[in-house]
Ligand binder design. Sequence first.
Ligand code: PAF
Length: 279
Amino acid sequence: MHIVRTLPELRARLAPHRCPAFVPTMGNLHEGHLALVRQARPLGDATVASIFVNRLQFLPHEDFDTYPRTWESDCRKLEAAGCDVLFAPDEATLYPEPQTCKVHPDGALADILEGHFRPGFFVGVCTVVMKLFACVQPGVAVFGKKDYQQLMVIRHMARQMALPIDIVGGETQRADDGLALSSRNGYLSPAERAEAVQLSKALQAMADAVRVGDRDLSAIEARAARALTQRGWQPDYLVLRRRADLQPPVGGAPLGPLVALAAARLGATRLIDNLEIDV
Ligand code: PAF
């Protein structure tokens, strides 16, 4: 695996390749990221990953400074997963001057859910992803479905900007008990880690209710939030949304494909997860 840190090095390294397959990350890699790299491998003529902790997508009170940076083990894991090129720019390389030109994604998709609770988050994500796309010029880019809204926002951005890049979703990888793998799971104490599975269980209970024919979606959402709150969680949202646009289904209309999405705080750690529901 070639590690490149500057744009000229990256351009030179990728010059012979017509269709790099790209997996952007912020490092602290786990099996979820590595599954995306393995998924990307057959999709392009070179597999490129990036590691860049993007200051623009963190709110002032969030964990930018303490976000785990695990360079050595990330490199070993990427190499073993078959990554050909790792692009790891520093901040001065990616943001040599204040990044005043930013990508503002469609508010209908980006200002709800994560965007509501983390204002500016998707501006930061879209800006860095657009910039990484400009650097790597991939033919395909793979994003995890664990960050479901992020995947949809980026897919929409790519379509609206006519980017010649296929945006591909990768399935969420889970621990044996069902907890979605996430870099932030590392913040959990042993007791919190044991409790954390309740988030995926809450989503499962919401999906089960819809599947057995319950159509009172607000009541399902409220039950799920109550169950987690009673266990000591602080939910931001537990909602059932249309998979096409993440809007609430219109009452009376046939349901169509749904996704249950959740974000909740357990102690100091904010976890997100989701579950697709075929109705
Ligand atoms: O999902 C992530 O790790 C980040 O949001 C991304 C896409 C690498 C942009 O910084």
